[in-house]
Ligand binder design. Structure first.
Ligand SMILES: Nc1ncnc2c1ncn2[C@@H]1O[C@H](COP(=O)(O)OP(=O)(O)O)[C@@H](O)[C@H]1O
Ligand SMILES: O=C(O)C1=C[C@@H](OP(=O)(O)O)[C@@H](O)[C@H](O)C1
Ligand SMILES: [Mg+2]
Length: 176
């Protein structure tokens, strides 16, 4: 039987939720679920196509729907959310009711470095923006979203987070 533990990673785009989540799930021998990937699989559309063809509102509906399906379903998983997931509907409340939420807090400078190397076209939040506009967008997103992220049960700060670090924070959380 799997440990009855549900870990949900939140944070801005580029924080490493998808990358770190996969790594953590492998180490814990848990199921890994990436919410964006699940939505793409279930709808047969890329996230960018959903934004372009059906609008952000429809994406947020799908996001809330699949979030609650995952949280009500199996045990023993690491779920990487999208950067906006905690900030719409009652998603953050649900995440905290059902799981151990973890905020990956990464500096804006490091986020910018990572996203600049990435294909920004895949990320609708940054589509069509130049370098100067990406940093401004990140700042605005942080200002409007940080209040949700900070409701997480565990906060991991730093640009070089390791799974060992998260494991020790998780142990401390369960001991307290
Ligand atoms: N710890 C890290 N150090 C350096 N680059 C990273 C790290 N984690 C992720 N990245 C890179 O940053 C980009 C964004 O990572 P990703 O996991 O997609 O973030 P998120 O899912 O939070 O948006 C990717 O190109 C990824 O390879
Ligand atoms: O910040 C956002 O609103 C979004 C972040 C994306 O996920 P990542 O944080 O994994 O890039 C994805 O869910 C969608 O493009 C919207
Ligand atoms: Mg991701």
């Amino acid at each position: 039987m799997r440990a009855p533990l549900k870990i949900v990673l939140v944070g801005l785009p580029g924080a490493g939720k998808s990358t770190f989540g996969r790594q953590l799930a492998r180490q814990l021998n848990f199921t890994f679920i990436d919410l964006d990937h699940l939505i793409e699989q279930e709808t047969g559309k890329k996230i960018s196509e959903i934004f372009e063809e059906e609008g952000e509102g429809r994406f947020r509906e799908l996001e809330s729907q699949y979030l609650s399906e995952v949280l009500e379903g199996i045990e023993g998983f690491v779920l990487s959310t999208g950067g906006g997931t905690p900030c719409f509907n009652d998603n953050m409340e649900l995440i905290n009711e059902k799981s151990v939420s973890v905020y990956l807090e990464v500096s804006l400078e490091e986020l910018l470095r990572r996203l600049s190397k990435d294909q920004l076209g895949k990320r609708p939040m940054f589509a069509g923006l130049g370098q100067g506009e990406v940093i401004l967008k990140l700042k605005n997103l942080l200002a409007s979203r940080e209040g949700y992220y900070l409701q997480s049960k565990i906060k991991l700060s730093g640009d070089d987070l390791s799974t060992e670090h998260l494991m020790s924070e998780l142990m401390a959380y369960f001991r307290s």
